[in-house]
Design a protein around this ligand. Structure first.
Ligand code: SF4
Ligand code: SF4
Length: 158
């Protein structure tokens, strides 16, 4: 698998580096740089998550559904098994999606205060959802944010 960052779209937010620090880096540039090409099979899940989380859709993936990464001889089945476990975990954990109704949101920041990993008002006058789907570790806090939102602007799908 290979990944590419469109420098015309990237805003340098760093989300991709947070999701997949072995694949993306902003250490030497204001836009994300791909530091692993091709992406090793054990990092493909993180790279896919970064592409999904990128708010600018700046990350493209080649052969996204299948790994064409060469694996050391004799390690193929072990790597495949490991990737299958990782993907299974992702599928099991990534079952929640949150959306903010921009017509209702008043930009109060309550949601961001409860779970800044999921909601941000950094770039918008209203809350923006940073993670889609919502990882399991943030799901309880995301539900709490939806309950606390005074404008009932947050919808959760599970
Ligand atoms: S998440 Fe997207 S916009 Fe943000 S730094 Fe990475 S590539 Fe750029
Ligand atoms: S708590 Fe509700 S109204 Fe306030 S910023 Fe978040 S989504 Fe908008």
């Amino acid at each position: 698998m290979r990944v590419h960052v469109d420098p015309d779209l990237c805003i340098g937010c760093g989300i991709c580096e947070g999701d997949a620090p072995d694949v993306f880096s902003l250490a030497s540039s204001s836009i994300a740089e791909v530091i692993m090409d091709p992406v090793g099979s054990e990092f493909e899940a993180d790279a896919r998550m970064a592409a999904e989380d990128c708010p600018e859709s700046a990350i493209s993936i080649e052969n996204g559904e299948e790994s064409d990464t060469p694996t050391p001889s004799g390690a193929d089945s072990a790597d495949d098994a490991e990737e299958s476990i990782i993907n299974h975990d992702l599928e099991r954990n990534f079952e929640m999606k949150a959306t903010v109704d921009q017509d209702l949101c008043i930009g109060c920041g309550i949601c961001e205060g409860i779970v800044p990993e999921v909601f941000s008002l950094q770039n918008e006058p209203y809350a923006e959802v940073l993670l889609d789907p919502i990882p399991e570790e943030f799901q309880d806090a995301t539900r709490e944010a939806a309950e606390e939102c005074t404008e009932v602007a947050i919808t959760i799908e599970e």
